[in-house]
Ligand binder design. Structure first.
Ligand SMILES: *Cc1c(COP(=O)(O)O)cnc(C)c1O
Ligand code: SF4
Length: 429
């Protein structure tokens, strides 16, 4: 299949939209001014169920919808369409959508030889994130994307690593880093040759402390032809093989929200092609209202992933950014969905952890509800902490059925702070 992308500019070329009510198409144009829209022929033709588009999870994952904006914001953008006030209105609305959650910009960018390394994040001791500059797009965008600001031309906030030298220098100074995770956007949007520069730099550096290279990608479900028929598919797979042959563990972190994303032959063939290079595929996704907020979907996904040789890894809670109002579900509902799905799968799929809030202090798991003499409390613990000492220490929040994020939770048992707020020791970069 040959890749054809669609954005607002060529929206009119999507023939499948012709049969939809005008109102729906109008709302794509309006909300698409604020939240990024991009899709492609594979997602549109093979993944979306157009007969039931109103309720179809892949339609909602792809297209901006009216309900994603506050009614008043929607009205404002609609009135400003094609007017010179549009840009101002849009940037005001975007600023109100918490474009930089979890304080990524302030806290995670390391300093090396006195310069901030803008294409790198180092938050958890063992793992460094690398954002290659050519990998800062995706083959299609998710309407809930937590990296939406970088696709919206909010320039100064864009992470980007132009070459590998600084990354190698940083790795040499930080022998505690065992994992380099390439992310974006989607690093698999890069040409194999562009990605090879970073991979070769690591292999040739002779750094012994890095053991695992990870690639965070949505391509398996948004563009599996990346591994089948793109002009550099073979080159890319050879590169994966080169990594595993060099003795690294290569882990492909596949972002998959819904079982329908695993329904095509192309998906299965791509999984096989990647696995044939010695790469292990792990899977992760947030749990989102209107997309995958039911346990059936999760247990089906995990079972199917295992049967295709993939390893379920993380279920996340929707981040507090973008159209959080539309996608978020209470953390206790996420917990309920996780538990019901986990119950239904065998041990080989219980490698998955969740639900997890990837928040400023760390990745915090919701472990359960505990009945105490003083009433019900929520039990939580860190899976990753900005301070590694925080990991796996149970802590308790007041029972709250409405809380959708860490900020909504209050410490239980009359405490004024959670333990990690009391001594907020930052990891020294
Ligand atoms: C999730 C995440 C990682 C990876 O965490 P693992 O638990 O090792 O998968 C690394 N860095 C940041 C900033 C993250 O959010
Ligand atoms: S694949 Fe990830 S980075 Fe790309 S649009 Fe979706 S959520 Fe955003």
């Amino acid at each position: 299949m040959k890749y054809q992308s669609y954005t607002l500019k060529n929206l009119h070329q999507i023939k499948l939209l012709n049969d939809l009510p005008d109102e729906i198409v109008d709302s794509i144009k309006v909300v698409g001014q604020v939240l990024p829209f991009k899709s492609n022929n594979y997602v549109l033709e093979e993944l979306i169920n157009w007969n039931n588009f109103e309720k179809d999870p892949l339609f909602t994952l792809t297209f901006p919808r009216k309900e994603m904006l506050k009614p008043n914001d929607y009205k404002i953008v609609k009135q400003c369409l094609n007017q010179k006030e549009l840009a101002t209105a849009v940037s005001l609305i975007r600023a109100g959508l918490n474009p930089h959650p979890a304080e990524q910009m302030e806290k995670n960018v390391p300093i090396f030889n006195g310069i901030p390394l803008n294409g790198i994040q180092h938050k958890y001791r063992e793992t460094m994130l690398a954002f290659p500059s050519k990998g800062q797009l995706c083959h299609a965008f998710c309407s809930f994307c937590f990296r939406w600001p970088q696709f919206s031309g909010i320039k100064e906030k864009k992470f980007a690593l132009k070459n590998a030298d600084l990354m190698i220098g940083y790795l040499k100074e930080h022998p505690e880093i065992t994992d380099v995770l390439f992310t974006g956007g989607d690093p698999m949007i890069m040409h194999a040759k562009a990605f090879e520069i970073f991979i070769d730099a690591i292999i040739k550096s002779g750094i012994k402390t890095v053991k695992t290279i990870r690639i965070g990608s949505k391509t398996l479900s948004f563009w599996p032809y990346r591994y089948l028929t793109d002009s550099d598919s073979d080159e890319l797979l050879d590169l994966f093989k080169k990594v595993t042959d060099a003795g690294f563990h290569l882990s492909f972190m596949a972002h998959i929200c819904h079982e329908n994303e695993m329904s095509t032959d192309a998906f299965k063939e791509a999984v096989k092609a990647i696995r044939d290079t010695g790469t292990i595929i792990r899977t992760q996704s947030p749990v989102m209202q209107h997309i995958n907020d039911n346990s059936e979907n999760w247990s089906n996904m995990w079972r199917k992933q295992v049967s295709l040789g993939m390893i379920p890894y993380y279920m996340f809670v929707a981040r507090n950014t973008g159209s959080h109002r539309y996608f978020s579900i209470p953390i206790l509902k996420a917990y309920d969905i996780f538990r019901k799905a986990y119950m239904k799968v065998s041990g080989v799929a219980r490698t998955v952890r969740g639900p997890i809030m990837s928040a400023s202090p760390g990745k915090i798991g919701i472990d359960g509800i505990v009945d105490t003499d003083k009433g019900k409390v929520i039990s939580l613990s860190f899976i990753q902490g900005r301070n590694p000492e925080w990991v796996k220490r149970p802590f308790f929040a007041k029972y709250d059925e409405k809380a959708v994020w860490l900020d909504d939770l209050k410490p239980a048992f009359g405490k004024s702070n959670f333990f990690f707020n009391e001594h907020d020791v930052l990891l020294k970069n």
